[in-house]
Unconditional design. Structure first.
Length: 387
């Protein structure tokens, strides 16, 4: 088996098969009152105890309110009752779409494919989109990437987004769903554009994921721009991984987020170092190093490893675009001149776009940014796992 997996990437034939995912939606607000409607396809509304079973059409409107730990349901302004859990199921999931309009708080209407589960949680209404996995990936690409990219770039993002979702599918299982719709997972705003380029890219890569030599889902991390060099994963997070290694990345050079600059008061910078890291600012040599720090290649620590000042912490505290920066002493102020945007681990989005512009295909992009990984059909993964 190990010998068979020696190629960098390989593709297995696709099999017609689908799985469903539970996505907690509108998780950034506490929903107290929402209305739900559906398109021309019929839906069925059921409660967990089967006290209610109703056919719902485009002529109906559901009003859901949080009320003393229950979900109060009204249909077409007629009060039906209070329930622990309700499920709105599409009777034709190929075309079914439901719409959510939040009244309290007031939010813009969003539309979603497939089914909706409603239950009370944390003194608010919890909504879970129970959706076909590939449709979910369409929504992720529409939300995370947007319109106007090439089909090959969407193929790249479809594969890494699919891999990320599967690797993290139990992250929020304790709350009744797999992933949220926020940046702590992958941004997902439901059915947005129906862009044919995105849909074609997802169909072309259906079920394809990235795994390591042990058939484990890889950490398919990505970011905006590497600044010309990606990071080793252990320099940003805790665990070293063989496929997330620092590489020279010429394709990110010259991108929109390639360079940046921020000015910081010298006195504030030195106070920060002294207060937070007990840095010896009174030592002439140490002072000079802190005011004239240079990175020709990416470092893990500010100045050097002796002082143990993580650049990731500096970036967070000063809201810098990346850890890949050099410091120039201009008297009262310091100039932080940096490269790249994001954590720097994994795939550079702007670099990937440039590679595709130069004629590389999506497989070559994945090979470049992820070292010695394998592309497989997720439905065949268990077949290759060795106990």
């Amino acid at each position: 088996m190990k010998k068979f997996l020696s190629s960098i990437l390989f593709i297995l034939p696709l099999i017609s098969f689908s799985i469903d995912f539970k996505i907690g939606i509108l998780r950034n607000v506490k929903l107290k009152k929402v209305t739900v409607s559906v398109n021309d396809v019929n839906f069925a509304l059921k409660s967990s105890n089967n006290k209610i079973t109703r056919k719902i059409t485009s002529k109906n409107e559901l009003l859901l309110e949080f009320s003393n730990g229950k979900i109060a349901l009204s249909i077409d302004e007629k009060f039906i009752g209070k329930f622990d859990t309700l499920k709105l199921s599409c009777l034709s999931r190929d075309t079914g779409i439901f719409n959510i309009n939040s009244n309290i708080p007031n939010l813009k209407t969003r539309s979603y494919y497939d089914d909706l589960i409603i239950f009370p949680q944390f003194n608010a209404i919890s909504l879970v989109n129970f959706i076909d996995f590939e449709k979910y990936i369409i929504g992720v690409l529409e939300s995370e990437v947007g319109l106007g990219q090439s089909e090959d770039f969407y193929k790249v993002h479809a594969i890494i987004s699919r891999t990320y979702a599967l690797q993290n599918q139990y992250k929020f299982i304790h709350e009744g769903f797999y992933l949220t719709d926020l940046v702590n997972c992958q941004v997902y705003k439901g059915n947005m554009y129906k862009d044919p380029t995105i849909i074609n890219a997802i169909r072309a890569t259906e079920s394809l994921i990235l795994v390591d030599e042990n058939m484990d889902y890889i950490t398919a991390s990505y970011f905006s721009n590497s600044g010309g060099q990606t990071n080793n994963v252990e320099d940003v997070w805790s665990k070293a991984l063989p496929y997330l290694r620092s590489i020279h990345d010429p394709y990110s050079m010259g991108g929109i987020n390639y360079i940046w600059e921020k000015k910081i008061l010298k006195s504030q910078w030195l106070n920060y170092l002294k207060k937070n890291f007990q840095y010896p600012v009174d030592n002439v040599e140490a002072l000079n190093a802190a005011l004239n720090f240079k990175q020709e290649i990416r470092h893990k620590y500010l100045v050097d490893w002796v002082y143990q000042i993580p650049l990731t912490q500096v970036r967070k505290d000063w809201q810098l675009k990346s850890t890949y920066f050099s410091i120039f002493d201009n008297g009262e102020y310091l100039s932080f001149k940096g490269k790249g945007f994001g954590h720097g681990v994994g795939l550079s989005q702007e670099g990937a776009m440039r590679m595709i512009e130069l004629g590389y295909d999506f497989l070559e992009v994945l090979r470049f940014y992820y070292t010695d990984v394998h592309l497989i059909d997720m439905k065949r993964r268990d077949f290759y796992i060795i106990d």
